[in-house]
Structure formats: C-alpha cells, structure tokens
Design a protein around this ligand. Sequence first.
Ligand code: UDP
Length: 314
Amino acid sequence: MKIKQTTSVVTGAAGFLGSHLTDLLIARGHKVIGIDNFVTGSVDNISHLGGNKNFKFIQQDVTEFIFLDVPVDYVWHFASPASPIDYLQIPIQTMKVGSLGTHKALGLAKNKGARFLVASTSEIYGDPLLHPQPEEYWGNVNTIGPRGCYDEAKRFAEAMTMAYHREHKVETRIVRIFNTYGPRMRINDGRVVPAFVSQALKNKPITVFGRGTQTRSFCYVSDLIEGIYRLMMSDYDLPVNIGNPTEMTMLQFAEQIIQATKSKSKIVHKPLPQDDPKQRKPDITKAKKLLKWEPKVKLADGLTDTIKYFRTKV
Ligand code: UDP
C-alpha cells in the first residue's frame, strides 16, 4: 500500500528562512508548495529546486486569496520583509503581509484541516525592559515608530493565530524568531550580518550604529530551522522563542567579522536608528524543555559558511 505523502505549504518560500525551511521539508519527505511574490525573496534561493518533483512554486502575493486544489497537511507562514530598511521603504506591504497575509494563510489551513505555524519575531518584545526575554513578557513596542509596521503586524499575526485556534479549532504554532544569519540573506538588506560581512570583504568601513553597545544574539539558520520543525511537530500551541542566547555588543560583533574575514576595514560610527532595541537575547528554557532543542552551531563556524556565501555575492 502506498503511504500518502505529506504536503506542506510554505509562504515566503523564496526568502532566506522560507527557502531553508523548504529544503529541510523536502529532505524529510514532504511535498512542498512554495508561494512568494519576490518582493524581498529571490529566485536564486530556490533555483536548485527547479525540476524537483516534490516542489511546486506559485508566484503570488499571500495577501490575495490562496487557492489550492490539493490536500494540505501543514501551512508554514513565513512571507514577510524582515529588515529595518524594508520597514522604512515598504511599510504598507510589511503590514499587509503580517495581517492580511496571515489571515489568508490561516484561512487556507482552516479550509484544508492543516496545522498552521506563523513566523513571529523577537520584535514583538520591542525595546525590551526585561532581559533575557521569556515568552511570558508582553513587550515594549512603539506602535507609531519606524518599526511599528513590522512589530504590530506580527503582534496582530499572533493574535489572529490564537483567534483561529480558539474559534475555529485550527491547530496552530507560534515561533518567535530571534536574529538569524546564514547563506541566502540579501546582501543589501541593511541588516547587520550582510552589512558588516560585505563591508569587511570589500575592505570598506564597518558601519557600527550608535556607540555599538546595543546587543544581539545570532542563531545560525540550520539550528533555527530545526527548532521550528520540532515546534510544528510538537503539541504545544503557545509561543516559543527560537534563537541563540550567545549575546554580544555590535562593536564586539564588528571586531569578530573583521577577524573572521581578515579584513583591513576600520570601524566607523553612524547614527543609531530610532527605536533600535538596546538589548536582545532569547530565554530558550521552553524550547529546551518542550522540543529538546538548543543551538549547536558556534558563531565562528556559522560565520565561516556565511562569509563563503557572501564572497560569491560581493
Ligand atoms: N547595525 C549596525 N550597523 C549596520 C547595521 C545594523 O550597527 O550597518 C546594528 C543595528 O543598529 C542593530 C543591530 O546591528 O542594533 C542589528 O540590526 P539588524 O538591522 O540586523 O536587525 P535588528 O536586530 O535591529 O532587527
């Protein structure tokens, strides 16, 4: 007897995280239907899947009705711009995909009886007053600031997900993703990893914003995707942080990138963008306990792969 193949829908499949997730799902035997409108995604991230019988691609904006005439087991909603520069340039699209797009993706999951996972974010904690951030923290977000379009759309996405769970009994999962890095990030998206690595590879000044005392914690993409996969397959329907708790200042990070690339770049300071969170570090107690997950890839090793990728792009 032939066992039915599991089908997953990935929105944002041509993006940084969406494409790595798609690869993992296909490797684990799923058929994947990827959806992307290429606003921030790139065909380069999925071109290796061309001709793969387990991958279908639909070019579509997920804020429009999603029609699929096949059974679906899992919906992974990853479509969204994810860089502070995007929030400044396309704030309305950012809000629409997080709100209307989440509604459409939830509607698809409900219609198909599929389990749904939304890619939420550490940004829902805003500029956090509690450190590190546990899932119980409600956050400190400026609704009308330059990041408000992303933060509030993702907060709406979480609320909408819980509403579909409570009212329509859709099986739902919420992952709060912290800073992640790896191959397939957009070189010009303005985020700190592509910015510092590309500047270092060109021996150009490394632009540290403010005094560089603000902190972040960086998770390598393969660790992140494994954690998210485990969350989808778990039976836990409240938010779970997935990220790497190794925290550092942006000044320390700049120095590490200079070392790792053997660059001649010098550090220069630029104005700190408005509402830039002063500190960020996930409390991953929940992921460790519920999913038996914690990050494995050391920053030095993850950076080696990331730098190798960006060498082909600069
Ligand atoms: N940053 C920086 N120089 C850059 C880009 C970013 O110093 O060229 C800083 C930024 O101010 C923030 C951190 O790096 O404190 C991470 O920024 P990113 O845009 O990657 O994402 P965020 O975590 O702020 O959403």
